[in-house]
Design a protein around this ligand. Sequence first.
Ligand SMILES: C[S@@+](CC[C@H](N)C(=O)[O-])C[C@H]1O[C@@H](n2cnc3c(N)ncnc32)[C@H](O)[C@@H]1O
Length: 247
Amino acid sequence: MNPSGGLRWHWRAWRSQRPWQGTREHLAQWLESVQPACDELLLLGPSAGWLLPSAFLARFKHVHCWDIDPFAPFLFARRHGAALRAAGVHWTYQRGDAWANLDALLAAHPQAAVLFDNLLGQLRFHGPSSGPEAAAHLAAVERRLSRLHRSLGGREWGSVHDLLSGPGRLAQPGQEPSMRKRKLRAGAPLAQDGWLAGLQPQGQWLDHLTAAVFASGTTVYDMAWPFKPGYWHWLQAGWVAARPVKR
Ligand SMILES: C[S@@+](CC[C@H](N)C(=O)[O-])C[C@H]1O[C@@H](n2cnc3c(N)ncnc32)[C@H](O)[C@@H]1O
C-alpha cells in the first residue's frame, strides 16, 4: 500500500478538482515566476500531475518522471500527454523509488534541473509508523531532508512540499489566506507565524519534517491548501538557481 499516492490519492485529487482550483492557480503563478536555465527536468513524485500546469513542463525539451505509483504513468499521460506532444517535449515515466535512488538519478542526468513535486513532505509516511523504529525513521528522514540542499551539489532545483497540516476552519468563508512570498529566515519559529490565523488552526498540526529543506535566504511561496473539508495543508514552494560548487 502506498501511503501518499496510489488509487486513494487519484480518487481524492479527481474529486477535489474544484476545491483545489485555487491551489492549482497558486502553483501555476509560482511556476510562472521560475526561469529554468536547464532544458531537461527530473520530475520526482509527480503522480498524475494533478496540481501541475502542463505549461511549465512544456518549457523543457526533456522531462523524466519518477514515481513509485504504478497507475501514475497512464494517468499522467492522460492529463499532460497531449500538451507535451504538441510542445515537442520528449518525456519518460519510470516507476521507481526516486528517494532511494536519488544519487544515481542525479548522476544519470547531470544537466537536469530537479523538481520534487509534493514528494518531500510525504517521506515521513513511507516507513514504520509506531515503536522505536518509527522514531528512528522520522529522525533519519528529517536529517536527510535538512542536508538535501547541500547534496544537490549546486544544481538548479525546486520543490513544493507540505510543511504542516491539520484541522482548521475559515474565520470568514471564502477568505482563504493569500499566497505569500517571503525570504526564509534561519531559526524563525513556525509556531509563531500568524499567516494561517484566518484558518483558526486547531489542535496540534502535523509536522512534515521539511522546515529545513530550503536554506535560509531562499525565496519561498506559502500556500494554504484546502486538502479536505476542515483539514488544511501549509504548502511551501521554492526554486533554487544553479551555483558553482566550492571544492
Ligand atoms: C501527495 S502525492 C503528490 C502527487 C503530485 N504532486 C500531484 O500533483 O498529483 C505524492 C507522490 O509521491 C510519490 N512518492 C512517494 N514516495 C516516493 C518515492 N520514494 N519515490 C517516488 N515517488 C514517491 C507517491 O506515489 C505520490 O504519487
